[in-house]
Design a protein around this ligand. Structure first.
Ligand code: E4P
Length: 225
């Protein structure tokens, strides 16, 4: 199992990375904007330093540009920031062209914004490290997210490629469990979904009952002893 936290908010990295649940963090230009960070190569070194110093083992950063040449150039600059950085690239014609060039030079890449099984095959064909389907957005668009993602996983496995299916756009802890039960093992999700992993009222009631039985309220805090 490999989990990523899908946000560029350092406060969320600070909160969630120490739990040990996450292999790393994923970002994209939309998430940078949401965190008030410009999509600018000049700001990325500080962001990368923050992610790794807060405990990420891997950081995924999306390249940007409207042509393969610009996507490739920005992707090389992003990859040069740290060997633990993976470059995300949308599954467009130019994106695949740029990703293939980056892979040829040993850069690790994630093909993102994947909505259909045949797109995952293009990621496998260029030897991408990850292909990232958008589960929630597929369902929003009236597609069968679960069926399509299971098909992706099967097609990529049968192709012999080592590309991992990195499921994104999860909206709930149930989404995560449902897809894990179908054999998916790599996910990225928001801090909001991460919080849902700990939001079971029965667990909260049980934990509270344990504390009440332990008389925890009567025990002085260590600093007061
Ligand atoms: C992935 O790169 C996206 O940030 C994300 O998974 C999209 O999630 P959403 O559809 O819930 O916005």
């Amino acid at each position: 199992l490999r989990l990523f936290l899908d946000t560029a908010e350092k406060s969320a990295w600070r909160e969630w990375l120490p739990t040990g649940l996450f292999h790393g963090v994923t970002t994209n230009p939309t998430l940078l904007a949401a965190a008030g960070i410009p999509c600018d190569l000049a700001v990325l070194p500080a962001l990368v330093d923050a992610a790794f110093s807060l405990g990420a083992n891997e950081m995924q950063i999306q390249t940007f540009g409207r042509t393969a040449d610009v996507l490739e150039r920005n992707g090389r600059a992003i990859a040069a920031l740290d060997p633990r950085v993976v470059v995300k690239i949308p599954v467009t014609f130019d994106g695949i062209l740029a990703a293939g060039r980056l892979k040829a030079d040993g850069v690790r890449v994630t093909i993102t914004a994947v909505y259909a099984a045949h797109q995952a095959l293009t990621a496998a064909a260029i030897g991408a490290d990850y292909a990232a389907p958008y589960f929630g957005r597929m369902n929003d668009a009236g597609r069968d997210g679960e069926g399509e993602i299971v098909a992706m996983r099967n097609l990529v496995a049968e192709s012999g490629a080592a590309t991992r299916i990195l499921v994104a756009s999860l909206r709930s802890a149930d989404d995560l469990a449902r897809l894990a039960a179908r054999g998916l093992d790599t996910f990225t999700f928001s801090p909001k979904v991460a919080a849902m992993l700990f939001a079971d009222p029965l667990t909260e009631a049980a934990a509270e009952a344990f504390e009440a039985a332990a008389g925890a309220d009567q025990v002085p805090a260590p600093s007061a002893v």
